[in-house]
Design a protein around this ligand. Structure first.
Ligand SMILES: [Fe+2]
Length: 390
């Protein structure tokens, strides 16, 4: 019986306090002469881009900086702005970029990946919505991460918001996997508490959804369980004191592991539904996940093997006699953690409008994250989960 579990990750992952110092050595063999940095003005203000500029200068790599990304999500218009800049510079320089370097969080990495796709495949980014739609490998991307959350720096997925259709497109293709990722907590200390909170819950969601996914494997299982443990131990600390480097470092590890989990095991309905809330209300991704995760977990629980439920329960440090108790424990633990880090626990607090329920539920079922959800839901089921979270 065929049962394969391919594992994709960047060829090189520089991880830990001071990891950025290893980047020059890793870049040297590529013999690069021209790079495009994709970032935003805030990251420049924090001095992180300057650190990378120094590295590029030391290697005689010339570069341009596109800093037109606004937050919180990567939209088609950011991608088009970056592409316009990219093409204009090419006309002036008559020389191609060898590489794109994204500096920032998931929004910046996703934008960089989208530019890298179009640079070698042409067309517009909507052409690549879905899975494995690219013909050619994307332009190589190096992703230097400044948040602990999205996992985009080590994934072959990009989430791009289509403002006109009010949906978030998921683009998945191993041909756009970054070649080098950098996760250095020194770049994460300035993450404000609200970003620490929402991106930390995104990490937890990646791990839990990946652990119960239909594509989970023993490799992703071990990464997911360790990541869940670290989030419950360190997220509150990182939220309460951004300068707690140990907590930052452990959350960074949790985020990297969770990124590897979802990239290889897939996600589920929390992400499918959360993408709709983000597209319609511009609400922060991790915040939406935190509200939905307990309800989706409860919905999925009949289809999750008992052992997996007890595994999660145990790794959080809880005891339960029955599966039902374990599900309740997990639900309440997620809700308590969200409360500790001041995230909302109801959709009503993020401006949810019941008139949008059917539209969002239909689109959630079409989202590619739904493919690996452990329990197949109907439109009514998805609507009921949204209602339970109101
Ligand atoms: Fe996510």
């Amino acid at each position: 019986m065929e049962n394969t579990h391919d594992f994709h990750s960047p060829a090189t992952n520089l991880i830990g306090i001071g990891a950025i110092k290893d980047l020059p050595l890793e870049l040297m063999p590529y013999k690069l002469s021209k790079a495009l940095i994709v970032t935003d003005k805030n990251i420049i203000k924090l001095g992180y881009v300057e650190t990378v500029e120094k590295i590029l200068k030391s290697l005689f790599i010339s570069y341009d900086i596109f800093d037109g990304i606004l937050h919180p999500d990567c939209t088609i218009s950011f991608v088009e702005d970056a592409l316009t800049y990219f093409k204009k510079r090419l006309n002036i320089l008559k020389r191609s970029y060898h590489i794109i370097i994204s500096i920032g969080g998931g929004t910046n990495h996703d934008c960089a990946k989208a530019v890298a796709i179009i640079a070698t495949n042409g067309g517009s980014i909507e052409d690549y919505e879905g899975y494995e739609k690219m013909k050619n490998p994307a332009l190589p991307v190096i992703s230097i991460n400044t948040t602990s959350g999205s996992g985009s720096e080590i994934s072959n997925f990009a989430i791009i918001e289509d403002e006109s259709r009010k949906v978030k497109m998921t683009i998945g293709d191993s041909k756009m996997m970054p070649i080098i990722s950098v996760n250095d907590p020194m770049f994460m200390q300035t993450m404000p508490p609200d970003v620490t909170a929402s991106s930390g819950i995104d990490v937890l969601t990646h791990s839990i959804e990946g652990f119960v996914s239909t594509e989970a494997s023993p490799i992703t299982d071990s990464l997911a369980l360790k990541s869940i443990k670290l989030v419950f131990k360190y997220l509150k600390r990182a939220y309460e004191n951004g300068n707690d480097l140990e907590a930052r470092e452990q959350m960074m590890f949790a985020s990297v592991m969770a990124g590897m989990v979802f990239n290889n095991a897939g996600l589920g309905y929390v992400h499918s539904m959360s993408h709709q809330l983000g597209a319609l209300y511009n609400e922060i991704h991790g915040t939406c996940n935190g509200i939905l995760l307990p309800h989706v977990f409860e919905f999925n629980s009949p289809s999750i093997p008992d052992e997996r439920i007890f595994n999660i329960n145990e790794i959080i440090g809880l005891e339960a006699e029955t599966k039902k108790d374990a599900v309740n424990n997990i639900k309440h633990s997620i809700q308590n953690l969200c409360e500790d880090i001041k995230l909302p626990d109801h959709l009503s607090s993020i401006g949810f409008n019941e008139n949008d329920l059917e539209f969002m539920s239909k689109n959630a079922l079409k989202d590619i994250c739904s493919i690996t959800n452990p329990r197949k839901g109907t439109l009514t089921d998805i609507m009921d989960i949204f209602k339970a979270a109101i």
